[in-house]
Every structure is written in structure tokens, then in C-alpha cells.
Design a protein around this ligand. Structure first.
Ligand SMILES: Cc1ncc(COP(=O)(O)O)c(C=O)c1O
Length: 399
């Protein structure tokens, strides 16, 4: 038996080959088949819609999952911070999009030195101000490398990104005047415009993407080769493909999605708001990340306390969703209907259950999560379960 283990605070260990129902709880598990399904489904969707995928790596920060995303056809991995770029470089990611402004000259200098040393390293980052362009150029200049930049289109009241055409003209002029920067296209994040797929949100997102498209048309002549357009989290990539990827002459544009959460999908926010979930979806992503917990106490007929809390599961986009129940000593979980997590403490979940439910102290409960990013960052190691529910591997995160 392989020696890889998942150490827990209490000293228990998870061994390769161990069945999921014997793992010490709380424990985060990845369903390998569901992961593979999501990887191939998204890759196929991107192919069918003529877009590339550079999945956001901040979701998992798991090099083993980056490798699977790249093997499935991703053309790079997206980072949010210079430290994430470093981690990705350390794990041999061939191309990184820093989906953010790079305004720390020392970090820019490090990245430029990597580019100068490795002609195969692909790197792009975002710009949205003249001041930012000047800081980036100052950092890059010493290396002699040229850094590809994308002009960020923003929206009033939203996050980073130019607000007006006048802002965009000024930033374009600053890039043109910077000897070590090269304009590659436009970028933006529609996910900061809306948080659900209600009709009014879809209007806001489409209108924003249309402005991005217009900005790309504007600056096409400044760009050598196809103009890059990159947008797309895990909630609106259908609208992104529709607005940004259609109607271009051949080889005129490269549209790059950056969806991160699709890889595990979830049982909450993205279950309700993914283009690939719900009754009308052509094919559905599957929730691949869950957390198993044990019932510590059933002090009242309608209340059970579980041994997983804010340290273990996401709570920023909704509380966890009880999915299945495993009676103590059983090996086959059953659906857990009628139960609801009503609150979390650091290490406890409050589970409201029907008073006549058989759930007993020592039983286990599988919690679906809402928003994978904030569950991954709570775990240094997750158990990858094979089709028999046995630990096939240990997936490490590097936050
Ligand atoms: C700039 C940017 N791009 C892409 C993503 C990925 O979106 P999602 O988390 O919906 O997969 C994020 C997420 O926050 C983001 O901030």
C-alpha cells in the first residue's frame, strides 16, 4: 500500500485504497469520475463554441488538477496574483494569464526574467491605467523581455477596468509608448457585473460584453495577429461565447474563457446558475467536491451537530447542502431528504432534521458545497475517490 496519507489534526491518516466510509472526518473528497466528466464536458463545450479555456487556477490551486485541465485541452492557467504565477511556474504550467493588473515592479521584473530565460513561457497580464502601465514597464525594462498585455474593460461601480473610451485611448497610448509592452487584446470579467442568471442580470452581462467586443474592434489595428478577447467565469460563458466569439473573419480573434469553478461544479451557487446545469442544459456538470462529516450529537429531536464547520466548508455563497447519509457501520449511503444546515461554527454544523429521522450519533453526512474556491482553500490535501469509493490518490493544494 502506498505511503501517501492525509494527516488530520487528530493524527488519523487517510491511506490510498481506504474506502471513503472509513476516512476520518471531516474530510474533503473529490469524485474522480465527476471531475473527469466536468473536464471533458467543458473541453467539448469550448471546442464546439470556438473558444479556448485558460481555467482560473485560484479555484483549486492544485497542480495535479492543473495538469488534468491542460491535458484536457486548456491552453494555459489563469492566476489572480503574482504569487500564484510563481506557484504555477514552479509546477511547470506552460502559459499563465495573470487576470489582474501587475503593478509591483519587482514582481513584474521576476516575470520578465522568466520570459527572457524561457522562450516557451507564455504570459499575459491586464492593464487599466496609465500609472499601471508605467509601473509595469519600469519593472520589465531591465530584462529586455516584451510582455503581452490586455486592456481591461470595466464598468461603473464594478471592479478594476477602464470606465470610458477616453480611459482606454490613454492606456493604449501608454502601452504603445512602452518599449517592453505589447498590446494583445482586451479582457474583462462579467462575473463582477452580476451574481445570478436572472433575466435582468443576463441583460447587464450581455451589454457589458458588447462593450468589450466594441473595444476589441477599436484596437484591432494595434495588435499583431489575432486579437485576444478574454472573459468568462463559470456562470455566463454561454453569453461570453455568443457575444465575443461569433462573426469574426477567420483567424481574426482568439476568445479565451477563464472559468474556474466548472471543474468541480457545486451543489449551490453554480448548481443554480451554470449554463451547464438545470433542466434546459444540453449536458450537466456534476458536483465533484463534497465534505464528509460525522454526527457528534443529536441533542434535540430536530437537531444534529456535525463535526464540520467554517474551517472545512464554504460559507461565503450559501451554507452547505446535506446530500447523503451513511448509517454507522454501513457502506452504502442513502439520500438525506428533508435536512438542512442552518448554521456553522468554526468546527460544527447545525443540521435541522425531521424529528423522526433515523440519523444517529456516529452516522456520517455528506455535505455538498456552494462555491468550490472557498472549500479548496481550507484543505491542503483532498482524497480523490475512484468509482468504488476508495481513495485513489491524494490531491494537494498549494495556497
Ligand atoms: C478575473 C476572473 N476571471 C475568472 C474567474 C473565474 O470565475 P468562476 O469563479 O466563476 O469560475 C474569476 C473568479 O473570481 C475572476 O475574478
Amino acid at each position: 500500500m502506498a505511503a501517501t496519507t492525509i494527516p488530520h489534526e487528530d493524527g488519523a491518516h487517510v491511506y490510498i485504497g481506504q474506502p471513503f466510509h472509513q476516512l476520518a472526518t471531516p474530510v474533503a473528497v473529490l469524485d474522480d469520475a465527476a471531475l473527469e466528466h466536468n473536464l471533458t464536458t467543458m473541453a467539448g463545450w469550448c471546442r464546439d463554441h470556438g473558444v479556448e479555456l485558460q481555467p482560473h487556477g485560484k479555484t483549486t490551486m492544485a497542480p495535479a488538477l492543473f495538469r488534468r485541465q491542460l491535458a484536457a485541452g486548456a491552453t494555459g492557467i489563469t492566476a489572480a496574483t503574482p504569487a500564484q504565477v510563481r506557484m504555477m511556474r514552479e509546477h511547470a504550467v506552460p502559459a499563465v494569464q495573470l487576470a489582474n493588473e501587475l503593478v509591483q515592479p519587482a514582481e513584474a521584473a521576476w516575470i520578465a526574467a522568466e520570459l527572457a530565460a524561457d522562450p516557451d513561457f507564455g504570459f499575459t497580464c491586464w492593464v487599466d491605467s496609465v500609472a499601471g502601465v508605467e509601473l509595469l514597464e519600469a519593472g520589465v525594462a531591465a530584462s529586455g523581455a516584451v510582455v503581452d498585455v490586455l486592456l481591461e474593460v470595466g464598468s461603473p461601480g464594478a471592479r478594476t477596468g477602464t470606465r470610458t473610451e477616453a480611459d482606454r485611448s490613454a492606456v493604449r497610448a501608454a502601452v504603445a509608448a512602452a518599449p517592453h509592452l505589447r498590446l494583445a487584446g482586451v479582457c474583462g470579467y462579467e462575473g463582477s457585473m452580476a451574481g445570478d442568471r436572472s433575466p435582468s442580470s443576463l441583460v447587464v452581462v450581455r451589454e457589458y460584453l458588447e462593450r468589450m467586443r466594441a473595444a476589441a474592434d477599436e484596437l484591432r489595428d494595434d495588435v499583431d495577429g489575432p486579437v485576444v478577447l478574454t472573459a468568462g467565469g463559470s456562470m455566463f460563458y454561454d453569453v461570453v461565447a455568443d457575444v465575443l466569439a461569433t462573426g469574426w473573419p477567420a483567424d481574426a480573434a482568439r476568445v479565451i474563457l477563464r472559468s474556474g469553478c466548472y471543474v468541480t461544479h457545486d451543489s449551490g451557487l453554480f448548481h443554480r446558475n451554470s449554463p451547464l446545469d438545470g433542466p434546459d442544459a444540453p449536458v450537466r456538470l456534476r458536483a465533484a467536491l463534497t465534505v464528509w462529516a460525522t454526527v457528534l450529537s443529536r441533542p434535540e429531536p430536530s437537531l444534529a451537530l456535525l463535526d464540520a464547520g467554517r474551517r472545512d466548508v464554504s460559507f461565503d455563497q450559501g451554507l452547505p447542502v446535506p446530500l447523503r447519509h451513511l448509517a454507522r457501520g454501513a457502506t452504502e449511503p442513502a439520500e438525506l431528504a428533508g435536512a438542512e444546515v442552518t448554521a456553522l461554527n468554526d468546527q460544527h454544523a447545525y443540521l435541522a432534521v425531521p424529528a423522526d429521522h433515523s440519523l444517529a450519533v456516529g452516522d456520517r453526512v455528506e455535505l455538498g458545497i456552494s462555491h468550490p474556491c472557498t472549500t479548496f482553500d481550507k484543505w491542503r490535501r483532498l482524497a480523490l475517490l475512484d468509482a468504488r469509493g476508495q481513495v485513489a490518490d491524494v490531491v494537494e493544494t498549494v495556497f
